[in-house]
Ligand binder design. Structure first.
Ligand code: BES
Ligand code: MN
Ligand code: ZN
Length: 505
């Protein structure tokens, strides 16, 4: 009892001490007293109205000319000691698009962090408010740090202040939309970056409860081992049985839409650590398998974003949570498990565990919620990274309209997808002589065979897609908007799917 209480208190402390958020604010035009001044300029080298003295503005224009400043989005030049500013940065605006604006925001928030000074961005009326919001989003995403284990972490909170003519309107839009994405992405990144000794199934549940605390229209349900046994979820239980940390099935229901409207369902793989089980992985890179809960994190975080922005939609996150460990109680290669659907699976490799836990989870989501669209998301296979690399996630669906909807959402958000086939031959690859299917097999399309296993548990006429995010979920090096580590990939994609749904009615 005392131990449980202590765990609860520790969990609460960690939540409070989580991540350093960046401060993003919107101000009236007009120069601040100090800080770093950032001025957008295009290739015509015409400075926007900044409030700098005429002579200073003329000097900047001349300096840009002399430096051969291109004015292209992504170009930057820094000048020193102008007016009260030790540092003035000029940033290009030609062909600035959404992605470029996000990158700009990421650069600026990192500049603020490095210099420990607020960055003031003068936003000219010639640039859209939408791009100001994208810049702010990029700053919020790029301001994230996972530093709670660093005893010398800086407590400086980086600050971006955007000066524009309608600060209140833009701030309201930011708070209603981008702020939710930033916070939800930070939640997902925290879950992914946290090591396996910190986050295991019960902790994932606790953190989820804490994150949703106070949100309206939310109901959280948790199935424990006994509840899963009663439902016959032999696949989740089989993977979970090797760990001293018991599995859970977490369900977050969000009802911001009309009552009775079928929900969107986001079903995410939540392996809090994947050793491979008895089919144990070799040690090179095994530590990174703490990110094997990235799908569950994306699902839950997406619904968190919807709740935070009061989206007018119904949605659920379903997250099977397990730790895949080898032990005296672990499942063996050759074992046969019976899933919730009644279909049986022969375990070929205990390391192909994601498709096992998803088999029960997609079935549960389908039968219990009859979703209008079900998307499962998982760090399912190493082979998807071989096929598609680090930019594209793999997309599988039986339905062209469903696939197109997801591809569109990917283009819109920059979380891009590439569709791969669900070829009928994959079913032959996973045929078993003693059970309905095997959990792996064949020698070819690893990602497709994984998708095929999951597909076995979804009725053919249901709108369903599978996303293999193993290639995109972890950043091997930082970018302006993503520090090295957990990307929080999928939150924006799912938010865009929800926006499509909201636009429909
Ligand atoms: N979590 C892994 C997938 C993975 C592997 C993600 C490497 C990122 C990098 C998954 O559970 C797994 O182990 N998949 C196996 C499947 C195989 C046993 C059929 C794989 O991809 O090797
Ligand atoms: Mn595995
Ligand atoms: Zn895995």
């Amino acid at each position: 009892m005392i131990a449980r209480l202590l765990t609860a208190v520790m969990t609460a402390l960690f939540v409070v001490a989580a991540t350093h958020a960046a401060e993003i604010a919107f101000d009236e035009p007009g120069l601040p007293e100090s800080g770093i001044l950032v001025i957008p300029v295009g290739s015509d080298l015409t400075l926007p109205e900044t409030g700098l003295a005429e002579g200073d503005a003329a000097y900047i224009a001349r300096a840009l000319e002399a430096a051969g400043f291109s004015g292209e989005a992504g170009a930057t030049t820094t000048l020193y000691a102008i007016g009260n500013f030790e540092r003035v940065m000029l940033v290009g605006t030609d062909d600035l698009d959404r992605a470029g604006a996000e990158t700009l925001g990421g650069h600026l928030i990192n500049l603020s962090r490095d210099e420990e000074e607020a960055v003031h961005l003068v936003w000219p009326d010639t640039l859209t408010a939408d791009h100001a919001l994208s810049t702010a989003l990029g700053a919020g995403l790029g301001g994230y740090r996972f530093d709670r284990y660093l005893s010398d972490a800086s407590d400086y909170e980086p600050e971006l202040r955007v000066h524009l003519s309608d600060p209140d309107g833009v701030e309201a839009a930011f708070n209603a939309n981008q702020a939710a994405i930033i916070e939800a992405t930070a939640f997902a990144r925290d879950m992914i970056n946290a090591p396996g000794n910190e986050v295991y199934p019960e902790v994932f549940v606790e953190r989820t409860r804490a994150a949703f605390d106070g949100e309206r229209n939310v109901n959280i349900r948790v199935l424990d081992v006994a509840a899963m046994q009663a439902l016959g979820m032999g696949a989740i239980l089989g993977v979970g049985q090797g760990s001293s940390r018991p599995p859970r099935l977490l369900i977050v229901e969000y009802t911001g839409g009309d009552s009775g409207d079928a929900p969107l369902a986001f079903v995410g793989k939540g392996v809090t650590f994947d050793t491979g089980g008895i089919s144990i992985k070799d040690n090179s890179g095994m530590w990174r398998m703490k990110y094997d809960l990235a799908g569950a994190s994306a699902s839950v975080a997406a619904v968190l974003a919807l709740a935070r922005r009061d989206a007018a939609v119904n949605a659920i996150a379903v997250a099977p949570l397990v730790e895949n460990m080898p032990s005296g109680t672990a499942q063996r290669p050759g074992d046969v498990v019976t899933t919730m659907s009644g279909q049986t699976i022969e375990i070929f490799s205990t390391d192909a565990e994601g498709r096992l836990i998803l088999s029960d989870a997609v079935r549960y989501a389908q039968d219990e919620y009859n979703p209008s669209l079900m998307i499962d998301i998982a760090t399912l296979t190493g082979s998807v990274r071989v096929a598609l690399g680090r930019e594209y996630a793999g997309l599988f669906s039986r339905h062209d309209e469903v696939a197109q909807r997801l591809l569109d959402a990917g283009e819109e958000t920059g979380e891009i997808l590439w569709r791969l086939p669900l070829d009928p031959s994959y079913a032959d690859d996973i045929a078993s002589p003693i059970a309905d299917i095997r959990n792996t097999g064949g020698d070819g399309a690893g990602a497709g065979i994984g998708a095929q296993v999951i597909a076995t548990f979804v009725d053919e006429d249901r709108p369903w897609a599978h996303i293999d995010m193993a290639g995109v979920g972890w950043a091997f090096s930082s970018t302006p908007t993503t520090p090295e580590g957990g990307v929080g990939w999928g939150v924006r994609l799912f938010d865009a799917i929800a926006r499509q749904e909201e636009a429909r009615d």
